[in-house]
Design a protein around this ligand. Structure first.
Ligand code: NAD
Length: 368
């Protein structure tokens, strides 16, 4: 079997700081679990612009297409705000998503017990929560034609078009069912089939794919507005939620905020399966480059470490090792160690980025 390959793109601001902690975790898996990765590191965003005059070189793009998974830190910073739109750091990230055709955006909402009091909801509603929103990312109303603002008589009309083909729905449905098989085998599909034809087609196609290819997965349907309500009322009823681009945009933000700090939120974007059966994949924390704390050792590395845990589970079929890593993080948080973003005003001395990373390694060692 060939060694799985990873392209690491730390990026800007706190990106390199949090990625340094992930590198320690990756090295630990090579040394202690016999799970070696062929790791290449490269530049993206402002760092690539500074070195090459573009936020992503063609060579880096080609590498991203070849590897089993890309791990990205964050891009951006105030020093790049005045650059031409075409070379802004964010264009590097968008190019990766577009050219790899990453149509499935995975946003987990996972609440570590030790942080349950951080949520705006009651502890028993969120403690132990572990759900996954799968949002269709490259079609739907954000891309449909016709679009624009036109004049009709003496007033302006704003137009956007919700448009989904059967194949676009089928591929995101397959992504959700595949994920459910690696989790608790339950998918809830959300749309507005009561008022939208695209919702009727969505429900039909998801059901067809389920019945023909994934009858072992429990499938339910819910109107997206009721889904938002249920996410706040009793989110633990869900495992995987699959939904379109617009509803997914809203529902994934609702679900993410059930769990507390931005420094804790990982994400993945997946595309079509490659020849080796693994999906094209990029894993990254939800947060940005946090210029306000960059270079100060204050960043919480957990979102980025959890993004690697997602890679273990969804790209490398190492679910038990992903559980081990998440368990190590749970142990560290339960011990009371906190980076500054996870502390209240009277919380004491926060841990630094490296202290948090070292504590995760110690907990990994203790798990053996
Ligand atoms: P941000 O996520 O960088 O920061 C928002 C707030 O959260 C800041 O106060 C920051 O200190 C804090 N924060 C974020 N991550 C943290 C962590 N790991 N640990 C502790 N605190 C953390 O969002 P922003 O300030 O709106 O944007 C800053 C830059 O990042 C901008 O250039 C923006 O374009 C870029 N950005 C990039 C991405 C990405 O790379 N995917 C995403 C969002 C924003």
């Amino acid at each position: 079997m060939t060694t799985p390959s990873l392209l690491i793109l730390p990026g800007d601001g706190i990106g390199p700081e949090v990625m340094a902690e992930v590198r320690k975790v990756i090295d630990w898996y090579g040394a202690k679990r016999g799970l070696a990765f062929d790791v290449t590191e490269d530049l993206v965003g402002g760092a690539a612009y500074d070195a090459h005059g573009v936020p992503l070189t063609d060579e880096t793009m080609a590498k991203a297409q070849e590897v089993d998974a890309v791990l990205l830190g964050a891009v951006g910073g105030p020093q790049y705000d005045t650059l031409d739109f075409s070379v802004k750091p964010e264009r590097g990230l968008l190019r990766l998503r577009k050219e790899m055709d990453l149509y499935a955006n995975l946003r987990p909402a996972q609440c570590f017990d030790a942080l349950a009091d951080f949520s705006s909801l009651k502890r028993d509603v969120v403690a132990g929560l572990d759900i996954m929103i799968v949002r269709e990312l490259t079609s739907g109303i954000y891309f449909g034609e016709p679009r624009g603002i036109i004049r009709e008589g003496n007033e302006r009309v704003g137009i956007n078009t919700q448009r989904y083909t059967e194949s676009q729905i089928a591929r995101i449905a397959r992504s959700a069912f595949e994920l459910a098989r690696k989790r608790n085998n339950k998918v809830c599909s959300m749309e507005k089939a009561n008022v939208m034809e695209s919702g009727i087609l969505w429900r039909d196609v998801v059901t067809e794919i389920h019945d023909a290819e994934y009858p072992d997965v429990a499938l339910s349907h819910m109107y997206a507005d009721a889904g938002g309500m249920q996410l706040c009322r009793w989110p633990k009823q869900f495992d995987v939620i699959v939904t379109d681009n617009l509803f997914g945009d809203l529902l994934s933000d609702v679900a993410a905020m059930l769990t507390g700090s931005l420094g804790m939120l990982p994400s993945a974007s997946l595309g079509a399966p490659m020849e080796n059966g693994r999906p094209k994949a990029m894993y990254e924390p939800v947060h940005g480059s946090a210029p306000d704390i960059a270079g100060q050792g204050k960043a919480n590395p957990i979102a980025c470490i959890l993004s690697f845990a997602m890679a273990l589970r969804y790209s490398f079929d190492e679910g038990a090792e992903a559980d081990r890593l998440e368990g190590a993080i749970e142990t560290v948080l339960a011990s009371g160690l906190r980076t500054a973003d996870l502390m209240g005003p009277d919380g004491g001395t926060p841990a630094s980025t490296t202290e948090m990373g070292d504590a995760v390694l110690a907990a990994l060692n203790a798990s053996l």
